[in-house]
Design a protein around this ligand. Structure first.
Ligand SMILES: [Zn+2]
Length: 101
């Protein structure tokens, strides 16, 4: 999967379209990512102890990978990712500035 935890991504679809934020979790099996502060869904949390109140918290829901684009840390543009193999390493490269990211 091209998007990894810690990448900055631009949201290109949905209600948070146009925002950029950091990937907090990649879910390769589902081809989804969790992005900080994006696609928040209300979630009810049950009280952990007796006497405590349940809470409603905003938690990010996974986004389809096709709805985000990586923002290259080198040139700052939303870009597609290519791969370049050097010896045993397969590096991700920005299609715009050709730098390894
Ligand atoms: Zn770049």
């Amino acid at each position: 999967m091209k998007v990894k935890k810690g990448d900055n991504v631009l949201i290109i679809a949905g209600k948070d379209k146009g925002r950029t934020a950091k990937v907090i979790k990649a879910l390769p099996k589902e081809l989804k990512v969790l992005v900080e502060g994006i696609n928040l869904k209300k979630k009810h949390v049950r009280p952990k102890r007796e006497g405590e109140k349940g809470q409603v918290v905003d938690l990010p829901a996974a986004l389809d990978i096709s709805n985000v684009k990586i923002v290259c840390p080198k040139c700052g543009k939303a870009t597609r990712i290519g791969y370049k193999t050097e010896g045993e390493n397969k590096n991700r490269v920005c299609k715009k500035c050709k730098q390894a990211i």
